[in-house]
Design a protein around this ligand. Structure first.
Ligand code: 5GP
Ligand code: ZN
Length: 103
């Protein structure tokens, strides 16, 4: 298994996990660009945004919105980012939404 995020999902690599259930895991980015920098990943592996079906994105956006709501005042203003493909800056080829806030 050479996907780092699959290894985190399987518990084979460490991560500071904020939330997880059967479908999704949310953990802190190891190199945060903002005071709060979370990654929201489906537990099923998709290489990128375009590979994942609509229902998966719906589940991820629901999760993003719930996490941001939970964070409250700390994440009143935020940025959501998805890189798709190496020339966009994608470095981990397991779909993830970035949540950046607190700055
Ligand atoms: P991308 O550039 O693919 O959109 O984002 C990948 C993100 O994952 C980067 O912000 C990077 O810091 C983060 N990252 C890469 N490997 C790991 C890891 O093993 N653990 C954690 N927590 N974050 C990682
Ligand atoms: Zn993966």
């Amino acid at each position: 298994m050479n996907c780092m995020f699959c290894r985190i999902i399987l518990g084979e690599a460490p991560a500071k996990v904020y939330y997880q259930d059967d479908d999704v895991i949310v953990f802190f980015d190891r190199a945060p660009l903002t005071p709060i920098h979370l990654l929201v990943c489906p537990k099923t592996h998709y290489n990128n945004f375009m590979d994942a079906p609509q229902e998966v994105h719906q589940m991820l956006v629901r999760t993003v919105k719930r996490v941001i709501t939970e964070l409250g005042e700390k994440a009143k203003d935020f940025r959501i980012m998805i890189n798709n493909g190496p020339r966009s800056g994608q470095t981990v080829f397991h779909l993830h939404y970035h949540i950046m806030a607190g700055k």
